[in-house]
Design a protein around this ligand. Structure first.
Ligand code: PHE
Length: 339
């Protein structure tokens, strides 16, 4: 019998309750109506008379021990137990919250739209998988233009040709086909060209093209609009220049250069020591293109321009490798937390 007392008393002493459930288990076993100690009382009648007194005392001692322990366990559970998990150390410095950030390409696209929205442009979009008409033919591309070659264009189907769009000029065709002038629209979006991936080129990139069609639109309007854009997008002292160029869909056509944002004209490897960096192409919409879209070229004229969002973003933030935009390296993206 002495062993039994010892066993129960050990069990009481070593009992640990980490939560209310375990506390309840303790209560049922040692305190509740049919508890192990009460069972001992019922055994009393089998105990020889001369031992009854000592037996009774031992049972009472156990009962008191169980009650005391119960109080201690209640306090412990109410104060949250002593496990670290359930009872954090409130004096520790807080865990830093990680906030996401706007991707730099998105920030540039948004800024672009903001600048042009203020001068009356809206935003239009079109499919990334295009037919030959919208990507090439309506834009006055000759039958054997090199951009139609397999090396440059990702064709999905041949005859009739279906391809991943090589520029968002295709969206401008769709807008001109469906809307009446005056048209002032921006077409941002992904474009695809079969190019080897390097620090300066990617087979997928983003363009922002603009189109303005109305009566009496001139090259002076094109220059002034782009001049305004460059002043808003880049540092206030940025210079702009136009170089004669060629695109099938514009006549006359020009390349747009701005003064190098990295060296400010002193010469560096970004501007190849010329002080100027190309940001895109532009020109007056070729009358053939207007006619292809059902717009009378005797009444209306217009200008168009196209720029690479990656290029503009690299110049804005001094990013030297275009691959960083798609690697999803958090150390790169984190630097744009304040955008
Ligand atoms: N679509 C041309 C390109 O992708 C850019 C451009 C747009 C040039 C509009 C002139 C006018 O290269």
């Amino acid at each position: 019998m002495a062993d039994r007392f010892k066993e129960i008393s050990e069990e009481i002493k070593s009992f640990k309750a980490n939560n209310a459930d375990e506390l309840e288990q303790y209560r049922l076993k040692f305190i509740g109506r049919k508890n192990v100690i009460a069972d001992l009382f019922t055994e009393m009648r089998n105990v020889p008379n001369d031992e009854k007194k000592a037996f009774g005392q031992s049972v009472n001692e156990l009962k008191n021990l169980a009650k005391k322990k119960f109080q201690a366990l209640i306090e412990e559970v109410n104060s949250g137990g002593n496990s670290v998990e359930e009872h954090p150390d409130l004096t520790l410095p807080p865990v830093k919250m990680e906030f996401g950030s706007i991707h730099p390409l998105t920030a540039t696209r948004q800024r672009f739209i903001q600048i042009f929205e203020r001068i009356g442009f809206n935003v239009s979009s079109g499919p990334e998988i295009e037919d030959d008409w919208h990507n090439f033919t309506a834009l006055n591309f000759p039958e054997n233009h090199p951009a139609r070659e397999m090396q440059d264009t990702f064709f999905i189907e041949k005859n009739p040709d279906i391809a991943l769009r090589t520029h968002t000029s295709s969206v401008q065709i769709r807008v001109m086909e469906n809307e009446k002038p005056p048209i002032r629209t921006l077409s941002p979006g992904r474009v695809f060209r079969n190019e080897a991936i390097s620090a300066r080129a990617h087979c997928v990139f983003h363009q922002m093209e603009g189109l303005y069609i109305d009566k009496g639109v001139s090259f002076a309007d094109l220059k002034q609009t782009l001049y305004h854009f460059v002043k808003e997008m880049f540092a206030g002292d940025t210079k702009i220049r136009f170089r004669p160029s060629y695109f099938p869909f514009t006549e006359p056509s020009a390349e747009i250069d701005i003064s190098c944002q990295i060296c400010h004209g002193d010469g560096c490897n970004i501007c190849k020591y010329t002080g100027w960096v190309e940001i895109g192409g532009a020109g007056m919409v070729d009358p053939n293109v207007l006619e292809n879209c059902g717009i009378d070229s005797n009444i209306y004229s217009g200008f168009a321009f196209g720029m690479g969002i990656e290029r503009i973003t690299m110049l804005r933030y001094g990013i030297k490798d275009l691959r960083l935009f798609t690697e999803n390296d958090i150390r790169f993206l984190k630097q744009f937390n304040s955008l």
